[in-house]
Design a protein around this ligand. Sequence first.
Ligand code: ADP
Ligand code: MG
Length: 292
Amino acid sequence: ATPVAILVGTGRGAERGILITGPEALDRAGDVDTILLDKTGTLTTGRMSVTRVTVADGVDAAHAVGIAAALERGSEHPIARAIVEAADASGSAAGGARANGFRAHAGLGVDGVVDGVATAAGRPGFLTELGFLMPTGLARRAADSDDTIVAVGWAGEVRAVIEVGDTVRDGAREAIERLRSLGLRPALVTGDAERPAARVAAQLGIDEVHAGVSPEGKLEIVRAAQSRGHRVAMVGDGVNDAAALAAADLGIAMGGGTDAAASASDLALTRDEPGAIADAVSLARATLRTIR
Ligand code: ADP
Ligand code: MG
């Protein structure tokens, strides 16, 4: 885009809460035909809350939530906030503890040492990969839920399954319809499991769903669509979206998201409303037209 067009676009964007951080992308925005949307924090509010806790024999639920919270206090993820809030509300002593050697694994979960014991919280598959045994009762509960599952394990076994629920943002369904009428094919890409992903997609009228996708997986989905000749927009809010946002022809960071997402993107929304996504695509196209 020419400097004048960028200036015009910048002014118009700022009025609507859209910051143009990567003006080069505007050259490609007109041709964008595919839009990949992250779920948690992008199409959903990301304000999650604990809906149910299932424990292994002999484990106290409040204690298990407290152990998980000791790890999650180190994480910025919306799931982490929900678990810390639940622990604080229950007043469990364990919830006051803090983990040593804490590590966050984008799109997977967290691990560290709580009260001298190796502990982890996150996707069931992440815990089993770390070597935690999954009791069948908890595995069954995890498979049956439409909410997001956080397995909590310590001392070699998964000892609780915490379910965390999230709600679709107001205006998300209308925003998807607007994107379609702009000629974009929407697809949901999420690190979350099949069932919660399918529930949100159905609520929004999105047919194409990629669930259980790692941060690198999101990047690969962008590249695969590009190699089939598509121009791809990607919308996300998290550290886990950064690689895909950077690789997309048009990367759009949701308002209220992480700095990692914003700096990997071409457009950053200052509002966290889904309607702003369609505004951003329209603006990018309008800016392009003033150049041609
Ligand atoms: P999305 O792609 O929908 O934004 P993420 O990639 O951030 O989701 O996370 C994918 C999955 O990884 C989550 O649904 C959750 O199961 C797990 N996960 C990620 N971060 C955490 C965390 N801090 N605590 C527990 N689980 C986590
Ligand atoms: Mg997200």
